[in-house]
Design a protein around this ligand. Structure first.
Ligand code: NAP
Ligand code: G4F
Length: 324
């Protein structure tokens, strides 16, 4: 029997990779999008013939319940969120509505329609924030450092709570930073590779960044969506850290990106701009993915160095094509 998956946030980076993976597994894939005045869904443009789109919004319980009722999925992947950390200081209440209460609304819709539907919540390593343990694992306590991180802690615990209260198959994937050529340009990795491409092609002279010393455990988004799917295929629901187990400074990413483009040292090009420094920083993230390896058989396939090279090459091609 063909399975049906409902993806909230299908127009985002992860939604597009997850849709590709599920289509390859033979799923009927339904993506939920919110109403906008334009119809620009560039990350899923190549999939429009193969997926179904339904309209709904995380802010609206009625629409969420109607979507689940109409689609009747076997699995729901709740990827939709206000996902950019700096915006969460500018719009803390809206971030809470989307990223925290949004998860409750999806869970309520599932519970009302059919509590047997399997549910995935996109939890985040930002929940570890000012870390209390190195490396961070499933049992590490949370200490979020932004309204976004606080909202994700709520989304995480409401998922655990629905699992325990209603015996639902609800899982949280605590995913560390994952990137790709489809990453939004506001996130640091894509900002760097887009900036490097512009400098390489003579379209820019400098790249303005914030804290170059922050450390992140960066992986490839295509690897991470595989972990989401695996979590919903097990004998029982649980929560998993998904990470590479390696950490790098932002300056390491910058250095390797400039080298990959053949530009040499980054120092003449990079300007530290206080506008991009955060009110409270997450200094160090490094995950321990051993539970995911042991129980899901999951391991990342793309290395940090290959990820940087892939993103630089894609941005040079894209920027060059746009200026031809
Ligand atoms: P993304 O590219 O920012 O995509 C976010 C998605 O959420 C978009 O499809 C967006 O739709 C949708 N959305 C936002 N508000 C919505 C609303 N009110 N109703 C319906 N849809 C809404 O994020 P991503 O990188 O793919 O991440 C996917 C999820 O994983 C997010 O929850 C993120 O917080 C979490 N996460 C990401 C990472 C990472 O490193 N990427 C790590 C840990 C956790 P529009 O296209 O309409 O804006
Ligand atoms: O790329 P970032 O904006 O990602 P951040 O804040 O780690 O959040 C991402 O990963 C989380 C998982 O840990 C997700 F939950 C979340 O949704 C999102 O996908 O920033 C990474 C680091 C930060 O320490 C930041 O201070 O890069 C530093 N940074 C330095 N200069 C910068 C910049 N970040 C951005 N966005 N822009 C800069 O110019």
């Amino acid at each position: 029997m063909q399975k049906t998956a409902l993806i909230t946030g299908i127009t985002g980076q992860d939604g597009s990779y997850l849709a590709e993976l599920l289509l390859a597994q033979g799923y009927r894939v339904v993506g939920m999008t919110r109403r906008t005045s334009t119809d620009v869904h560039e990350r899923i443009q190549h999939l429009v013939e193969d997926i179904e789109i339904v309209s709904g919004d995380l802010l609206d319980q009625t629409s969420m319940t109607k979507v689940v009722q109409t689609v009747r999925p076997d699995e729901v992947y709740n990827l939709a969120a206000q996902s950019f950390v700096p915006t969460s200081w500018d719009q803390p209440v809206l971030t809470g509505e989307f990223t925290a209460l949004g998860a409750t609304r999806v869970l309520e819709a599932v519970r009302a329609v059919d509590p047997a539907i399997r549910f995935y919540q996109a939890s985040s390593s930002e929940m570890f924030g000012k870390v209390t343990e190195v490396p961070q694992r499933e049992t590490t306590s949370f200490y979020p450092r932004s309204p976004y991180g606080v909202a994700k802690v709520y989304g995480h615990w409401i998922t655990v709570n629905y699992r325990e209260s209603y015996d639902m198959y609800a899982c949280s994937g605590i995913l560390f930073n994952h990137e790709s050529p489809r990453r939004g340009k506001e996130f640091v990795t894509r900002k760097i590779t887009d900036g490097v491409a512009r400098i390489k092609l003579g379209l820019a002279k400098e790249l303005r960044l914030g804290n170059l010393d922050a450390k992140r455990d960066w992986g490839f988004a295509g690897d991470y969506v595989r972990a989401m799917w695996l979590m919903l295929q097990q004998g029982h629901p649980d929560d998993y850290v998904i990470a590479t187990g390696r950490t790098h400074k932002v300056s390491d990413f910058v250095r390797i990106a400039f080298e990959a483009a053949g530009l040499g040292s980054y120092e003449p090009y990079v300007v530290v701009d206080p506008r991009f420094v955060r009110p409270a920083e997450v200094d160090l993230l490094i995950g321990d993915p051993s539970k995911a390896k042991r129980e899901l058989g999951w391991e990342p396939e793309v290395s940090f160095e290959d990820l940087v090279a892939m993103m630089v090459a894609a941005d040079i091609d894209r920027v060059a094509a746009a200026h031809r």
